[in-house]
Design a protein around this ligand. Structure first.
Ligand SMILES: Cc1cc2nc3c(=O)[nH]c(=O)nc-3n(C[C@H](O)[C@H](O)[C@H](O)COP(=O)(O)OP(=O)(O)OC[C@H]3O[C@@H](n4cnc5c(N)ncnc54)[C@H](O)[C@@H]3O)c2cc1C
Ligand code: SF4
Length: 471
């Protein structure tokens, strides 16, 4: 009988207390004890049509692993979970849990099963008990594959192709593998030892990592095509959206990733010269862009001891709680309040940035104008400026308005791949680019997205490459 949900409420592990967590960069999320975790897993109703499974881009088999973990069968739970997800330790920490928004208990009770946390608990249990061991392939095929980029898409593709017995080399331009998992997502959301632990297994299984190599620059594009039987491009969507307004060249304005990557590197022990250090200490910080990357800048600025942190967004504030325009089981467009927001940040909506104001070359504030959004006759939302101007005091600004598409200059242009109308690398249903034997995975073809989608795309590209190599 799957009726535990009638007696047991959803219980989240929650975050460490604010005053404790803002004093360090350790992970903010806590863990439940094993007994509570098993009770949480037992809340799954084993629905005939599991919408959580439908909503997860990986097609994770939640009812099956909830059942196993609720009975303490952790090995079985991990075996089911790892059949569809190469890296549950990443998604278990940073996934926005599309699945939970589609859980039937979300519809009826607004209390979905704690799927993401349960996922993290299963994989952590598996590591602790030593269930996750290197399994190098027994037979090697003699085929060589280059994976370019070591984010979640590249890592998933490399893992799947190596399991098939192909010789996989991952090229990464940064000094260490991980992509945005390592140099983007703050350590307080994802401890980097979690990445290193997985990389150790992949290396012991035979995947070769060559870091500090920018494909197309340090290793020629022609050599890449002639030296490998197939290439998988997983280079991400690195072109940040900029803002062309008066004063943009003032000192003190940075792209969000410049700031976040630097903090990741400082935590990894890298010395940053004083002239290059971006510090929020003692500053009035303004984050432009109301999304998740902006929220990461908020949490990082607070930990660096900013005086005040404000985050502005040009769109209107989303509805709180539920939104009839995005009904279950769709992902709801509602207000999200992250752990970083809870740490002390002013959030403002309907503000358009007009100009950056500086004194003696130093940023002092940002002029913003209030806007309104109205539905036009074509059904699309149209922005109207109200003329109400305000100046927000700021001596440090982070531009966090998303990413437009992958960086074209260099490898992609050299290869001559086709782009779609949004500037992403276009691909067929089987992840093939317009160039023979060159495949694509992750943000480079989807545009900036999510870790779970990147892993799913990497798995799909690997399947297509394996099939290509067999013919
Ligand atoms: C600040 C931030 C926070 C985020 N937080 C979350 C979150 O909490 N949850 C979530 O699900 N998603 C989050 N995302 C989105 C998520 O990180 C990405 O969707 C995901 O990492 C994309 O994976 P990928 O493998 O396609 O690309 P990436 O992770 O971008 O990796 C691409 C890699 O390719 C390398 N590369 C590029 N060009 C070359 C070249 N020529 N040669 C060699 N290497 C090259 C890059 O250095 C990089 O390491 C966040 C994104 C950002 C920016
Ligand atoms: S990967 Fe994300 S969507 Fe899929 S089961 Fe895990 S938390 Fe849910």
């Amino acid at each position: 009988m799957y009726n535990a949900f009638l007696k047991i409420n959803r219980k989240e592990a929650g975050y460490r207390p604010v005053l404790e967590r803002i004093a360090d960069f350790g992970e903010v999320e806590q863990t439940l004890n094993q007994e509570d975790r098993m009770l949480q897993a037992s809340r799954c109703m084993d629905c005939g049509v599991p919408f959580c499974h439908w909503a997860c881009p990986l097609g994770n088999l939640m009812p099956e692993w909830q059942d196993a973990s609720s009975k303490g069968k952790w090995k079985e739970a991990y075996d089911i979970l790892s059949a569809t997800n190469n890296f549950p330790e990443f998604t278990g920490r940073v996934c926005p849990a599309l699945c939970e928004k589609s859980c039937v208990l979300m519809l009826s009770e607004q209390q979905p099963v704690t799927i993401r946390e349960n996922e993290a608990a299963i994989v952590e249990h598996a590591f602790l008990e030593g269930y996750i061991k290197p399994h190098p392939p027994v037979i090697r095929t003699g085929k060589k594959i280059a994976v370019i980029g070591s984010g979640p898409a590249g890592l998933a593709a490399a893992d799947m192709l190596n399991r098939k017995g192909h010789a996989v080399t991952v090229f990464e331009k940064d000094e260490s593998p991980g992509g945005l998992l390592r140099f983007g997502i703050p350590d307080f959301k994802l401890n980097k030892e979690v990445i290193d632990r997985r990389l150790k297994i992949l290396k012991e299984e035979g995947v070769i990592f060559q870091c500090g190599i920018e494909a197309g620059k340090n290793s020629g594009t022609a050599a890449l095509l002639s030296g490998f039987d197939a290439v998988c491009l997983a280079t991400g969507a690195g072109k940040a959206r900029d803002m062309n307004v008066e004063g943009r060249s003032s000192k003190g304005i940075y792209f969000a990733l410049e700031f976040l990557q630097q903090q990741n590197r400082i935590i990894a022990g890298k010395a940053i010269p004083a002239s290059k250090t971006i510090s929020a200490k003692g500053k009035h910080v303004l984050v432009i862009g109301g999304g998740d990357t902006g929220s990461d800048c908020v949490g990082t600025s607070i930990r660096q001891k900013a005086v005040k942190v404000t985050q502005i967004e040009i769109l209107s504030q989303p509805p709180i709680g539920t939104n009839p325009e995005t009904p279950w089981p769709a992902y709801p467009y509602v207000l999200k309040t992250s752990s970083s927001h809870q740490e002390g940040c002013t959030r403002l909506w309907n503000l358009s940035t007009k100009r950056f104001i500086s004194k003696n070359g130093k940023l002092t504030g940002v002029e913003v104008e209030e806007v309104e959004w109205e539905k036009g006759s074509d059904g699309r939302m149209k922005m109207k400026e109200t003329g109400k101007i305000e100046i927000i005091k700021a001596d440090l600004v982070f531009l966090s308005m998303g990413f437009v598409h992958p960086v074209h200059e260099g490898l992609l242009d050299d290869l001559g791949v086709d782009y779609d109308d949004r500037g992403n690398v276009s691909s067929t249903n089987s992840n093939q680019s317009s160039i023979h034997k060159v495949f694509v995975a992750g943000d480079v073809t989807s545009g900036a997205s999510l870790v779970v989608r990147a892993i799913s795309s990497g798995r799909k590209a690997a399947k297509a490459i394996d099939l290509f190599l067999k013919h």
